[in-house]
Write a protein that binds this ligand. Structure first.
Ligand code: KIV
Length: 296
């Protein structure tokens, strides 16, 4: 198991830092990371929260949705991210099926993320109907992040990835969900895929910081999927995604250049090759010359 990360603890983001930021109206930043190098880079950029999202099912593992990713796969990625994070708060996503069978199973799986992978909090999708599962996890000393609105694990139940909270009935349910999570004592609430007016209302209604994705600018913080902002996904991006780079083009160009350089023998050059020490080289030449003379 990984221990608490070493380093400069004054910059360490904790669950309490998120509430402080909300109270001081300081925007909270959150990105996903799924492996060691990306975790290091995101952490070095002083992003507040690193989420090992179950979106890795699609971005890293090529599954069509988030439903089939397993606890073992999630643990593998959380461990790698843990090794790269010193300052950010590290949240692990509870995958589909890991908290649906009852609170004992949910506590067992949440505990695994903490003990076996070094997560500092777990994220659970769902509002009011999940509170009976979330409360025992919090009582087991594990901070929980809520997640309401367009919850990708409900894709089959929702009939697709649809913006939520468009009717008064749905808005009332979303507010009830947020208030129930807040009362249960969650560390923060992810608001995904809902009109900005609804997210703004929820944000002013709850004490827990809200982290929006496709939920407008009034949330206490914003989260995006790292591969989306890097342009490293293959489907057209959602409306709310802002691309800050084109890593796919960068990778493709580098790979094609390597291929061409090998084909044309441009790679490796002499300066990219190892050389024999001078005395070994002349001894080798003498030996080869002797062999040539014997053969003649
Ligand atoms: O899995 C994920 O990446 C998420 C965020 C987008 C909120 O749940």
């Amino acid at each position: 198991m990984s221990s608490t990360p070493a380093g400069d603890f004054s910059r360490k983001i904790r669950v309490s830092s998120l509430r402080d930021k909300k109270l001081q109206h300081q925007p909270i930043t959150c990105l996903t990371a799924y492996d060691y190098p990306s975790a290091r880079l995101v952490d070095q950029a002083e992003i507040d929260i690193i989420l090992v999202g179950d979106s890795l099912a699609m971005t890293m593992l090529g599954y069509p949705d988030t439903l089939s990713v397993t606890m073992e796969e999630m643990l593998h990625h959380v461990r790698a991210v843990r090794r790269g994070v010193k300052h950010a708060l590290l949240i692990a996503d509870m995958p589909y099926g890991s908290y649906h069978l009852g609170s004992d199973e949910a506590i067992r799986n949440a505990t695994r993320f903490v003990k076996e992978a070094g997560a500092e909090a777990v994220k659970v999708e769902g509002g009011e109907k999940r509170v009976d599962i979330i409360r025992p996890i919090i009582e087991a000393e594990i901070p929980v992040a809520g997640h309401i609105g367009l919850t990708p694990q409900s894709v089959n139940a929702m009939g697709g990835y649809k913006v939520q909270g468009k009717t008064l009935t749905d808005i009332e349910q979303l507010v009830r969900d947020a208030v129930a999570l807040d009362r249960a004592g969650v560390a923060c609430i992810f608001l995904e895929g809902m009109p900005r007016e609804v997210a703004a209302m929820i944000t002013s209604e709850v004490n827990a910081p809200t982290i929006g994705i496709g939920a407008g600018p009034e949330c206490d913080g914003q989260v995006l999927v790292l591969h989306d902002i890097l342009g490293l996904t293959f489907d057209p991006p959602a409306k709310f995604v802002r691309r800050y780079g084109d890593a796919a083009a960068l990778i493709s160009r580098a790979v094609e250049n390597f291929r061409d350089d090998v084909h044309s023998r441009e790679y490796p050059s002499d300066s990219e090759s190892y050389h024999l020490p001078k005395d070994t080289q002349s001894a080798l030449e003498t030996l080869l010359e002797r062999k040539r003379r014997i053969r003649r």
